[in-house]
Design a protein around this ligand. Structure first.
Ligand code: PHE
Length: 452
């Protein structure tokens, strides 16, 4: 049963919704700690290149498939390649975003908890030692992170229940500019801290001896994670884009905002990491340990202003996380309501329940379930690696093969150029990237990481 589909209202809201999906915890939380784990500037450089030559072509492949079909991921495969095994790609990308959302909402929960703490001016009024001890104590406890995770899922569910226009669109257009402004202020402050120069150098002066297949694969995984690729979110959002919209412009707008946010978050965090004497490779806790340090330090001179800033910062981190999590939830909801005929409300609750359950396991893996190992990783790390290093590259690869080899060139061209109206000259280059360059690039990186 098909429901009548809503559409995004304008170019601006399309970019805001897509950038809202792209910009999130991946930029603020994941990017800095992955940079720290993989050695700094050389990683950043490979990451930037991967964004343009591997990730953007997948972005275009997904938007072309999404808008052409006007369907959820499963429906898209069914419409454009009926009766073929491509339906499995449709199904895979219904399930993978739900797994991502499972652990994503745990970190989203952390940002909820930090928002509450900052509302009580905790980071600016407590001692530096108390503030640094907060994170490990918090995540290893049982109930508080679970409650925060539950709240995060509930917020996501609330927005999704509002529908595309009233929920997602209204939500995204105000919060992104605020986040941008605050990150710039924090970056400037962070760079001015004594000892911060080492952090700036760490981000900007590449040491190429640190490059290897694993680093390149991690950069690729991060580029996919950050641009929300390979799990059907961009495809699903693209199915809500009006036919008159220019896909190239939406892609470039989204890609640039995403990269800018990641680099700014790096500049906000890394200098402070060095100023605080924290090891850059400490893993998923890096940002949550560093930010309180920044606000605590700021608070020594300007308690009120920095307290208020901490509050608005965590508020906008939460908003950025929500604009991403709603895109993750929307994929499954679109599938269940359009393909399985479920009411949108019930579909939303079903997806929420599934992701909430996955998230509980991930959350507990920092505390009571810390002993449980899956292939040498904690449950949380396993889910993260499964998605970014496997499901996203595989999904991305298959989407480029679908757009590049399964769909006809004429259809792809028609969709990308809006029937010859836009981007006619760019099409050849983009098509080459989609058809040859991106798939080969992903395969090479993927296998060299497995084999080397
Ligand atoms: N890109 C989002 C972020 O950076 C995360 C995400 C991944 C969202 C995959 C949708 C799909 O936070």
């Amino acid at each position: 049963m098909k429901t009548s589909r809503e559409r995004f209202g304008s170019r601006f809201t399309v970019i805001m919704a897509m950038a809202g999906s792209a910009v999130g915890l991946g930029n603020i939380w994941r990017f800095p700690y992955i940079v720290g784990e993989y050695g700094g500037a050389a990683f950043v450089l490979v990451y930037c290149i991967a964004c343009f030559i591997l990730a953007l072509p997948i972005f275009f492949a997904e938007t072309i498939i999404g808008r052409r079909s006007g369907s959820d991921t499963f429906g898209a495969m069914h419409k454009l390649a009926p009766g073929t095994n491509w339906k499995w790609l449709g199904l895979l990308t219904v399930i993978s975003p739900m797994i991502v959302l499972g652990y994503y909402s745990v970190v989203g929960g952390w940002s909820v908890a930090y928002l509450f703490r900052s509302a009580a001016f905790y980071f600016t009024t407590s001692t530096a030692t108390e503030v640094t001890a907060f994170f490990p104590r918090f995540i290893s406890s049982t109930w508080a992170p679970l409650a925060a995770h539950t709240l995060f899922i509930a917020l996501t569910t609330g927005v999704i229940l509002g529908g595309v226009k009233n929920g997602i669109e209204k939500f995204t257009k105000y919060t992104m500019p605020l986040l941008f402004l605050l990150i710039v202020i924090i970056a400037v402050y962070s760079i001015s801290l004594p000892g911060a120069q080492a952090g700036v150098a760490y981000l900007l002066k590449p040491d190429f001896s640190k490059l290897n297949a694993q680093v390149i694969a991690a950069a690729m995984g991060q580029a996919f994670f950050s641009l929300s690729l390979g799990v059907g979110t961009i495809l699903t959002y693209a199915s809500y884009i009006r036919k008159e919209e220019n896909l190239l412009a939406s892609g470039i707008g989204t890609g640039i905002s995403d990269l800018l946010f990641a680099l700014l978050a790096g500049l906000a965090i890394m200098p402070a990491v060095f100023a605080a004497g924290i090891a850059p490779g400490t893993g998923p806790g890096l940002v949550f340990e560093t930010l309180p340090f920044i606000f605590n330090k700021m608070g020594a001179g300007l308690p009120l202003i920095s307290g208020v800033m901490a509050f608005f910062f965590f508020f906008s981190v939460l908003m950025a996380a929500l604009t991403s999590s709603i895109s993750l939830m929307e994929v499954g909801v679109a599938y269940l309501s359009e393909e399985k005929g479920m009411k949108r409300r019930n579909a939303t609750l079903a997806v929420a329940l599934f992701t909430w359950t996955v998230g509980i396991l991930c959350s507990l893996s920092f505390g009571p379930l810390a002993q449980v190992q899956l292939l040498g990783n904690s449950i949380f790390d396993f889910m993260d690696k499964l998605c970014s290093n496997w499901l996203m590259p595989i999904g991305g690869l298959l989407f480029t093969i679908f757009a590049g080899w399964k769909m006809s060139r004429a259809d792809v061209q028609d969709e990308f150029t809006n029937g010859g109206r836009y981007n006619r000259r760019m099409f050849g280059v983009i098509y080459f990237l989609i058809r040859y360059f991106a798939p080969v690039g992903i395969i090479v990186v993927f296998f060299s990481n497995l084999l080397l």
